[in-house]
Design a protein around this ligand. Structure first.
Ligand code: 5AD
Ligand code: SF4
Length: 432
């Protein structure tokens, strides 16, 4: 049997794109290789949100070139966000002429066809056509995890935050039909999945013409079974009070919201085109905390956006302190060609960005420890998702990691008394 190996860069959305690609190859009797060395086809599913991911792709292509020198007939494809940009795709072709297929984000379902064309003698295929049609029916995916599953609800983004490349490489916002999503989630729950994460760049603007995001969540939360539903990512300008109320009300909706703030300075938020200010953001946080005092909150922060001063950064630190996230994803601003921020005056020097991010990481480590310590003595419902040594490992509904003693199997829920904490991690024991 022929084997394909897919290397994924970037976010969870890309992880799921890879799961779908494995399924489309499997339907042609091409299996999954666990290692690149064993594969007949190697695919790099790239990301371009920040420069780091792009650099890794170029580095890994050097290794792939060596594999290809030793294996005649090895087919290499590069796809995803990075190569959706025509200039990048053309440069890559010049620099790495051994790559057989270069395509972007739209034509992933057609990759097995393109590979077939290469087998039939075509030397090189470049296909960057934009196809914004939304696939109908249930998405076939070869999911790596047996407990947690991703489900796309929408594709693309219309927000055009000034630092972000996503709208240029993933196209306009478009929603899958709610009936397809409901069927997919129902099937996954029937197959035993316990945590379903709905995916979209801005899930709050989901709308298939008849069903909006609250209605979709309402219907999904009524699918019978013992499981949690989560979603990401929410845009603070669009997360409605109705959605927050529904999460508070429905046991199957996990009490966890990822709500990227990006900056704590109103001036920087305006330059980023985020369309909310700190007052509006805090208002949402207060409403979430009022209805769900134990809800888990996480966020993304970009440090060193053009013109960011020390005062702006201190406002971000203050916001992070005041809000008290469980978890914070911090990024150094990375210039993306073609976005408005890339040509703004006042680019911040690298050393300043590094110094600011390290302060922010230290601050968040203290906050996460304190929030974890405050959980000691509480009993939480935990989804067991693996083992850590002899102990069980799992996640709470608020997305906190917990290591515990007990006899739950992977994929089962347990009530766990939190007995201690270390950094952001909780430790505990199952209670009957
Ligand atoms: N530089 C740094 N971080 C970025 N992000 C998006 N674009 C950039 C960029 N140019 C971050 C944002 C977003 C997350 C997915 O990636 O914080 O929420
Ligand atoms: Fe990028 Fe903003 Fe869209 Fe998120 S909402 S994908 S940060 S443009």
């Amino acid at each position: 049997m022929e084997l394909v190996y897919i290397k994924t860069y970037g976010c969870q959305m890309n992880v799921h794109e890879t799961e779908k690609m494995y399924a489309s190859f499997a339907s042609r009797d091409i299996g999954k290789a666990e290692r690149a060395e064993d594969a007949d086809i190697i695919i790099l599913n790239t990301c371009c949100v920040r420069e780091g991911a792009e650099t890794r792709v170029i580095g890994n292509l050097g290794l792939v070139k060596k594999l290809k020198e030793n294996k005649r007939g090895l087919i290499v494809a590069v796809c995803g966000c990075m190569t959706q940009q025509r200039a990048v795709a053309e440069k890559l072709h010049k620099r790495c002429p051994f790559v057989n297929v270069i395509t972007g984000t739209y034509k992933l379902p057609q990759l097995p066809d393109m590979v077939e064309r290469v087998k039939n003698g075509e030397k090189f295929i470049l296909d960057l056509d934009k196809d914004e049609r939304v696939p109908c029916g249930v998405n076939a995916a070869m999911r790596t995890d047996k407990v947690s599953a991703f489900v796309n609800i929408m594709y693309g983004c219309d927000n055009f935050c000034t630092y972000c490349i996503v709208p240029y490489v993933k196209g306009h916002e478009r929603s899958r039909r709610s009936a397809d999503i409901i069927r997919e989630v129902t099937e996954l729950v029937e197959r035993g999945y316990k945590e379903i994460t709905l995916l979209g760049q801005n899930v709050n603007s989901y709308n298939d013409g008849e069903t909006d995001f609250v209605k979709l969540l309402d219907e999904l939360s009524l699918i019978p079974g013992d499981h949690w539903i989560k979603f990401m990512t929410s845009h603070p300008k669009d997360l409605s009070d109705d959605v927050i109320r529904l999460i508070a009300e429905r046991p199957r909706l996990a009490k966890y919201i990822h709500l990227p703030l990006q900056s704590g300075s109103d001036r920087i938020l305006a330059l980023m085109n985020r369309k909310y200010d700190m007052a509006a953001y805090m208002h949402k946080i207060e409403f979430i905390r009022k209805l769900m005092p134990d809800a888990g909150l996480s966020s993304d922060i970009i440090v060193g956006f053009p013109t960011e001063t020390e005062e702006d950064h201190l406002l971000t630190e203050k916001a992070v302190k005041d809000i008290g996230y469980n978890n914070l994803f911090t990024f150094i601003y990375s210039k993306r060609t073609g976005t408005p921020a890339a040509t703004m005056d006042g680019q911040v020097p690298e050393e300043i960005k590094k110094e600011r991010i390290s302060r922010l990481i230290d601050l968040q480590a203290d906050i996460a420890s304190a929030r974890a310590a405050a959980c000691v003595g509480k009993t939480c419902r935990v989804l067991c998702d693996g083992r850590e040594g002899k102990k069980l490992k799992g996640k709470t509904s608020a997305d906190r990691v917990i290591v515990f003693d007990g006899d739950a199997a992977v994929g089962e829920f347990a009530d766990v008394l939190v007995t201690s904490s270390k950094n952001s991690k909780l430790y505990g024991k199952a209670v009957k």
